[in-house]
Design a binder for this molecule. Structure first.
Ligand code: SF4
Length: 300
């Protein structure tokens, strides 16, 4: 089927292709249990997922971010990345870092542009309390994270780091670590309550706008250097174009996840239009930036 480009489309989309994750972050808002109502396995089969990627490119998105769950647990993740690149998209992958290794870096080198590493704290106890640990038990140490970052750079991927700020880490400093990592972009989020996704524990994690600001002020120099960008709860709501593992657009504008009908059933254009995405909010939160797909040679 030939799909015409859609005028005025938000150019970037997060495809949460996969719900399973090997970490147990208690504030996670990407649990997608209701995708299983649509599809018993909770995600699209490989061929449909590839078709979805083709349609994402055809309608006019410019950048795709593969997310989960933990997307590297999906056996066909490299095929999806390759398909996206073949269809002209800038490609990004959000990962907790536990499954990326030399084989992964080599296999995806020509197709994946950015690796986005989720790191919330360098303190084992904080990560343990928040559940950012393999099966909720084994945390990654600072040395582990530094090694992953060194490898990402040795393979010349562009590096972005995502950090969620919550009750257990808002008093910490990541200044020295971020200076070591030198990511292209460090995105700092205020932990986001999402009804139906993280209700069980969110009260233990929520922080006020002032507490969030306190963390940002401690890292102000990184903002001045153009590395740190931040998003509070208000900025995060209704500013992302997202697709769930069962292949539906969704939005969080009302504080819970609201879905379109399945994209492959009603067509990507109709599904996109069902959610009235807010281009202005996307722009205001700095969603448009220089993400072009040239790899960086860090060794220069
Ligand atoms: S690593 Fe990401 S997807 Fe996995 S539990 Fe933590 S926040 Fe959720």
């Amino acid at each position: 089927m030939k799909i015409k480009k859609l005028e005025g489309i938000i150019p970037s989309v997060n495809y949460h292709l996969w719900e399973p994750c090997n970490m147990r972050c208690k504030f996670c808002f990407a649990t997608f249990q209701d995708a299983k109502i649509i599809l018993p396995k909770g995600h699209l089969p490989k061929e449909e997922s590839l078709e979805l990627v083709r349609e994402i490119a055809a309608i006019g998105f410019k950048k795709i971010t593969f997310a989960g769950g933990e997307p590297t647990l999906c056996p066909w993740i490299s095929e999806l990345i390759k398909e996206a690149k073949k269809n002209g998209l800038t490609t990004m992958l959000v990962t907790n870092g536990t499954k990326i290794n030399e084989d992964f870096f080599t296999a995806n080198h020509d197709y994946l542009d950015w690796i986005i590493l989720s790191i919330d704290s360098l303190d084992d106890e904080t990560n343990f309390k928040s559940g950012r640990a393999i099966t909720g038990k084994k945390t990654l140490s600072v040395e582990n994270y530094k090694k992953i970052i060194d490898d990402i750079k040795n393979f010349n991927y562009k590096l972005k780091i995502n950090t969620v700020i919550h009750h257990f880490n808002y008093k910490e400093s990541m200044l020295d670590f971020i200076k070591y990592a030198k990511p292209e972009r460090w995105k700092v989020f205020q932990v986001l309550p999402m009804k139906g996704e993280n209700d069980d524990f969110i009260d233990d994690f929520k922080i006020s706008k002032e507490q969030f600001e306190e963390f940002l002020i401690r890292h102000q120099s990184l903002k001045e250097e153009g590395i740190m960008v931040s998003e509070n709860n208000n900025e995060m709501m209704d500013s992302y174009t997202m697709i769930d593992p069962s292949g539906r657009f969704f939005t969080n504008k009302k504080g819970f996840q609201e879905y379109s009908e399945p994209i492959l059933k009603i067509g990507i254009k109709s599904a996109y239009k069902q959610l009235n995405y807010n281009y202005e909010k996307f722009q205001k939160r700095g969603g448009l930036y220089n993400w072009d797909n040239k790899k960086i040679n860090y060794k220069k």
